[in-house]
Design a binder for this molecule. Sequence first.
Ligand code: PLP
Length: 393
Amino acid sequence: MSYHANEKGYYGEFGGAYIPEMLYPNCEELRQNYLQIMQEPSFQEEFHHLLKDYVGRPTPLYFAERLSKKYNTKIYLKREDLCHTGAHKVNNTIGQILMAKKLGKNRIIAETGAGQHGVATATVCALMGIECVVYMGEIDIARQAPNVARMKMLGAEVRPATSGSKTLKDATNEAIRDWINNPVDTHYIIGSVVGPHPYPDMVARFQSVISEEIKSQLLEKESRENPDYVVACVGGGSNAAGAFYHFLDTPEVGIIAVEAAGKGIHSGESAATSALGKVGIIHGSKTLLMQTSDGQITEPYSISAGLDYPGVGPMHAHLYTSGRGEFISITDDDAMQAGLELCKLEGIIPAIETSHALAIFEDRKFNENDIVVVNLSGRGDKDLQNYIDYFKL
Ligand SMILES: *Cc1c(COP(=O)(O)O)cnc(C)c1O
């Protein structure tokens, strides 16, 4: 069994493209062209040139000696926090802006919740001199003022979504409406391994540079390409998909996905999709999502804005139900403590999303000689106010 998408975009029973007819031409154009464009030497050359000189890749694979000592195992950190803009998201937006150019598009739209994907999209649009419109819920605009300011400084137009709950799903609806109305000149940059086929597969391929680098870096440091475990936090699942990608079909490598339990899985305030989700359709994809008994999407909760998503990408739904992946959920409190611990032990302030992945070591024990790679998806600068409020700093 392969854990990659088949040509229709299915991972087992999950994935596909469940879209309104009016969106069909847009998705179809992308589906017919994305693999071929990605394989073109000119595309690969420009993608890797920008990853190197603009993003700052390869990111280091760092042996965390003091953290390893504390948990009596060998922990390596894949430093995506050192990417330009402070997280892995830019790997995908660089890939998609080049894809948009190859498809002859001269206008970009995106939706954003906390603003991180909006900033990563505005960044690459500035880099390429391409018009950028970011849809964002009115409530999120008020909550995330620094990221709104960043997007504006980078030249993007931030359009408020004023319907419904005025948050991410309403911004997504607005972006889809825009795309339907502008099928010829506009590309829609989705920010995670979610949405209709081919987005989950395309985004996973752009992020797969993470596991490609882990393999060669581990070979250099440990004389072996494969770790015993790879660990990553999962919101929509893009940093995890990138960290797992080249290990998916290697059963000796354990895959550990970490979700946000919020205030506890059964507290009613959680974002632990694998534990709480049922099969349904969200953003054009069949996957696991949190929903009420009559199929309405449940409002998720996590202290971390990036994990606060009611679904999970179809790759991860398949990893969960097939048993290939081990899924662990971590509460707000445990994540915050693990984040602070990394500061004190290694001098690295992680994003709160990433802190969830770091928190597994309290309960999940590994052997002394196990090599465990944790994907350090982002840095904590953006979360400083949350850390200040939580620890009363
Ligand atoms: C957005 C974000 C995430 C969650 O998104 P994925 O698509 O699940 O990777 C995780 N970590 C950081 C630092 C983020 O900014």
